[in-house]
Design a protein around this ligand. Structure first.
Ligand code: SAM
Length: 260
């Protein structure tokens, strides 16, 4: 490719990805909405509904800099604890902890800023942690849930991310991954290929002045393992009850697994 990513050495890849996201962070929300026609909001809603968040839960959202997933988890827990309060049960919501882990401080800053805008700046359930998905700083068996949305595609070693997810989860904890995936439906695939190879880089150039970053994102989708292969990798990491759901014909997929 003109961007020459395939030649990049593995150890340089994370630096490169960091650079891509630094330049993308400021226009991130706009681009997400433009590229997915707003659908990424519904996909994230779906991801969180599969998590079944509960008051008192310890949750880790990895590659979650913008806070998009964490805010939804918190909202879902708040609605559950409001119901509990109405029914005369209370107390445990104080122990809810939602950790947002991201390798890029610029992305975390986008998320923190958005927390303030949402009136969640003082919310003591939210914790912003700079860190690498491949080597998490959290203790073994410390989390009830783990989510990663549009994050695993960009890491250097997917296996390390999965084994870290497995390590930090408690027994019974759920792993959920939302990721751009593979479209196989014949005619839809042609339309999607045209959209991603021609329109997305052009949109990146026009809206964010950054064609190369968006070209890279499109290429990274093609290189990412397909739904079945990725499900196999999750199983190999030790998870059970592994399944996936395709959304919009496989444009995105939600994979899930349990640590039993
Ligand atoms: N989860 C958010 C969402 O869905 O809107 C952000 C997704 S964004 C496309 C990908 C994020 O992954 C970026 O914030 C980037 O900094 C982060 N990232 C990339 N490599 C990472 C790694 N090894 N560990 C943690 N975060 C990483």
């Amino acid at each position: 490719t003109s961007f020459g990513f395939k030649q990049v050495q593995e150890d340089e890849k994370s630096k490169l990805v960091g650079g891509v996201f630094s330049s993308v962070a400021s226009s991130y929300d706009l681009m997400n909405d433009m590229m997915s026609a707003g659908l990424h909001r519904l996909w994230k809603d779906r991801l969180v509904s599969k998590l079944h968040p509960f008051p008192g839960m310890k949750h880790l959202d990895v590659a979650g800099g913008t806070g998009d997933v964490a805010f939804r988890v918190l909202e879902s827990i708040t609605s559950v604890s409001d119901r509990a309060l109405q029914e005369g049960l209370s107390g445990i919501e104080d122990e809810t902890k939602i950790f947002v882990c991201d390798i890029n401080p610029n992305m975390l800053n986008v998320g923190k800023k958005r927390a303030v805008e949402k009136g969640l700046g003082e919310d003591c359930s939210l914790h912003w942690v700079e860190g690498d998905a491949e080597a998490l700083s959290f203790a073994d068996g410390s989390m009830d849930g783990y989510t990663i949305a549009f994050g695993i595609r960009n890491v250097t070693h997917i296996e390390k991310v999965l084994s870290e997810a497995y390590r930090v989860l408690k027994r019974g904890g759920r792993f959920l991954c939302l990721e751009l995936s593979h479209v196989e439906l014949p005619v839809f695939k042609q339309i999607y290929d045209y959209y991603s190879f021609s329109i997305i880089p052009a949109m990146g150039e026009f809206l964010a002045g950054d064609r190369d970053s968006y070209q890279y994102l499109v290429e990274s989708i093609r290189r990412f393992p397909n739904q079945e292969t990725f499900a196999r990798m999750i199983l190999d990491a030790g998870f059970q009850k592994v399944e996936y759901e395709n959304l919009v014909g496989g444009v995105v997929a939600i994979h899930s697994g349990l640590k039993l």
